[in-house]
Write a protein that binds this ligand. Structure first.
Ligand code: NIG
Ligand code: FE
Length: 417
């Protein structure tokens, strides 16, 4: 058993946690000042105020516990990054330079860059090589506090390529300590050989990819890039319905560049989350406000592509449940640093530090259906949490952006760093 003592603030310390936080509740961090926390093996066992350490702890022989002094440090749930594409073969920094020189995301895609370029590269790479690169990225995001992550396919765009990506994610699930969820994103773009035969590609997804993925149990969720020049709302609906037949709940890319009715489709199909939402119409707010669909916002993508930031404040006012995620991918957000995501949410989307932390932890866990095991400091949940470096307050984290404030990451009660 490990006893963490003199914790400056124990964040999201909740004996009976609720699930998704929205509206006013998004800003409630339920912090205990000067706290202790006990973990037993892989689980959180108990917590309280330092000046009320219970008898069962004070009377026990000190050798029963391994004490960790957390003076001046915060303990909080790890970041739950519910949207990444971190299995890819190669970065695309040439596009970064192209963008500096004035090309848009669309123009880059038209010139054969973008998602299709990542697909070409991935299809030439070996499963082992992709695995090695992905594991390096996961170790890197753990350094900045990520303790649960969702990873999408979508750079295969052919049966073998999509299966290869999902098998890599399967391997990662087996070998990495942090919980991982996998999402099938065959409908990420239309591959070059189907350029004039979109229906043919849709049929490939429906008749070849999905049945094979389901047979191997390779995906937890289903994603579609519902966007002008990619997949329409009605195509999205066909795909989501097919995913449901294999038990895959939808988490979809929508309203990144244009609002074309994809939110309506997602709400109708009871999606777990709708992700991006940089461009919102009035009716989009209304539909989300009256649903349990989580709005997953990706400020790293807005920063990198220089597109609008999602209107988080308006969403909070409309009682929409918000999660924050990194979108870590080689084209639109080449960073999986959730501390940066939280800082951007504060600086550019006017989220309060408390709101951003809740959106990046428990609400992110909800967007992966992991809220029963992680996302809050709760007895019985996994002992998955961050110990910060000595800091003056919670707000210092996004305020002093660009520094790594994570000193240690515990997963299943074991220090990882
Ligand atoms: O979430 N928008 C679609 N997909 C990714 C970008 C993928 C890429 O450019 O490689 C995103 O932004
Ligand atoms: Fe994405």
């Amino acid at each position: 058993m490990k006893l963490f003592t003199h914790i400056k603030q124990l964040i999201l310390a909740e004996k009976n946690p609720s699930g998704l936080r929205r509206g006013k509740a998004l800003g409630e961090i339920n912090a205990i000042q000067d706290a202790w926390m006990l973990t037993d093996d892989d689980l959180i066992k108990d917590f309280g105020l330092m000046n009320t350490l219970p008898d069962y702890i004070t009377k026990a022989s000190i050798s029963n516990y391994q004490e960790v002094d957390c003076s001046d440090k915060l303990i909080m749930p790890c970041f739950a990054d519910s949207h990444t594409h971190l299995v890819f073969d190669a970065p695309r920094e040439q596009e970064f330079v192209d963008k500096i020189n004035g090309l848009s995301y669309d123009q880059i895609a038209e010139r054969g860059g973008g998602i299709l370029q990542s697909a070409d590269k991935l299809n030439q790479a070996s499963e082992q090589d992709l695995y090695n690169k992905a594991i390096t990225r996961i170790r890197e995001i753990m350094l900045t506090g990520t303790g649960a992550v969702e990873i999408k396919s979508g750079y295969g765009l052919c049966v073998e390529g999509e299966l290869k990506m999902l098998r890599v994610i399967q391997q990662l699930k087996q070998n990495i300590a942090i919980p991982i969820r996998s999402t099938f994103l065959g409908a990420h773009a239309i591959p070059a050989i189907y350029k004039h035969n979109k229906e043919g590609y849709l049929n490939l997804i429906l008749n070849e990819m999905l049945p094979n993925i389901a047979a191997e149990g390779l995906a937890d969720f289903m994603d579609v890039f519902c966007e002008t020049n990619y997949f329409t709302p009605s195509e999205t609906e066909i795909l989501l319905e097919a995913g449901y037949k294999y038990g895959l709940k939808p988490k979809i890319h929508v309203n990144q560049f244009t609002s074309i009715g994809g939110i309506d489709s997602a709400v109708k199909h009871n999606a777990l989350s709708v992700d991006h939402l940089e461009v919102m119409r009035k009716e989009d707010f209304f539909q989300l406000a009256n649903s349990d669909v989580i709005a997953t916002l990706l400020p790293g993508c807005s920063l990198f592509l220089n597109i609008p930031f999602a209107p988080a404040r308006q969403m909070i006012e409309n009682n929409i449940g918000i999660a924050l995620a990194s979108d870590f991918n080689p084209g639109s957000a080449p960073s999986g640093n959730m501390q940066l995501v939280v800082a951007l949410a504060c600086m550019r989307m006017k989220m309060l530090p408390e709101e951003a932390i809740v959106a990046a932890s428990i609400n992110g866990a909800c967007a992966m259906q992991l809220e029963n095991t992680t996302g809050t400091i709760t007895p019985g949940k996994k002992a998955n949490f961050i110990i910060s470096r000595p800091v003056s307050s919670l707000a210092f984290l996004p305020y002093a952006f660009g520094s790594n404030h994570v000193e240690q990451l515990f997963i299943n009660g074991v220090a990882q760093l």
